[in-house]
Design a protein around this ligand. Sequence first.
Ligand code: NDP
Length: 313
Amino acid sequence: MEKVKCLIIGSGPAGYTAAIYAARADMKPVLYQGMQPGGQLTTTNEVENFPGYPEGITGPEMMMQLEAQAKRFNTDIRSGFITKVDFSGEVHKCWTENGHEIHADTVIISTGASAKYLGLESEQYYLERGGGVSACAVCDGFFYRGKEVVIVGAGDSACEEAHYLSKLCKKVTMLVRRDVFRASKIMAERVKNTENIEILYNTETVEVLGDGNVVTGVRVKNNKTGEEKVIPCEGFFVAIGHKPNTEIFKDYINLDETGYIIYEKPGTSLTNVPGVFVAGDAADKTYRQAVTAAGTGCMAALDAERYLAAKEH
Ligand code: NDP
C-alpha cells in the first residue's frame, strides 16, 4: 500500500495542468495516465485554437509538451490505470489494474470522455490516419474550408456542429438515422433553415470511402427503401454523443443521468466527496475544449491544495 497526497487520474490537458499546479505547490502528485495517454487530443491533427501556439501544434505534440512540463516539476507520471476506488472513508482508496493499492489524501478525477464512433472498419481506418474522420467540428472544421463534408447524428451536438461547419464548408450533408431529430426544436430548425445543409433522413453510413490516405466520400443507405448511394466529401464528422469515463466512480460520486460528474458547488471543482475533485470533460458536456479542461485542471489543483491546508490547521 502506498500513501500519496494527491492522486491524479487521467492524462489529458486537465490532468497535466492539475499536475503542474499540484507539483509546484509541493503536493508531490502521482498521475496515472489511463488507457489513452494524452487523452482525446492524441487523435486530433492540428490544434490551432489553444492560446499560445500562434502557428498551431499537433495534438500528440501538445500532449508531449504538457507531459514534459508536468515532469519538470517532478510529477510522478505512471503508465497504467485505476480500475477501482473506495471513497467511503476519509482516506481515498484507489487500486490500479495490477491491484496496487493507493491511499490518497486528495484525488483529482480527470478521466475525460470518449467520443462515440460508428465502429465501422473504414471509419476507424481513416480516423487512425488523420485522413478526414473527426468527432470534433470545432477542432477540425477549419481544415475543410470551402469543401464538402458529411456529418452523422441528430442530437444537439450534431446540429451545433453542422451549423458550425456550414459557415466554413461549401456543403454539409447531415445523416439522420430516423425520420426525426433528437435535438431540441430550436437547434433542429436552425439546421433545417441553413441553405448549405442537406438533411438525409432514414439514412445510415455503410462505408467511409477513400484513396487509402484520405476520405473521398461516404456510401450511405436509406434504411426504409434499401437504396444506396455515394456522397462525395473530404471530411466525415461523427457527432453521435460522448461517453464520460466515470464508470468506476459511480458508487461514490454523484453523476447525472448521462454519467457526467455533477459539481457539488458550481464554479468550483468540488464533487460530493470531500477531498475528491473533478476537472475536464468528465464533468463537462458543454464546452469540451482543451483550454477549458486545462482551466478546470488548475481549479482542481488549487481546490485540493486548499482542502489539504484546511485539514492541516
Ligand atoms: P445525444 O445522445 O443527444 O444525440 C445523439 C444523436 O446521435 C442522436 O440523434 C442519435 O440518434 C444519434 N446516433 C447515436 N448513435 C448513432 C449511430 N450509430 N448512427 C447514427 N446516429 C446515431 O448526444 P449529443 O452529443 O448531441 O448531446 C448530449 C447532451 O448534451 C444532450 O443532453 C444535449 O442536449 C446536450 N447538448 C446541448 C447543447 C446546447 O444546448 N447548446 C450542445 C450540445 C449538446 P437517435 O436520435 O436515432 O437515437
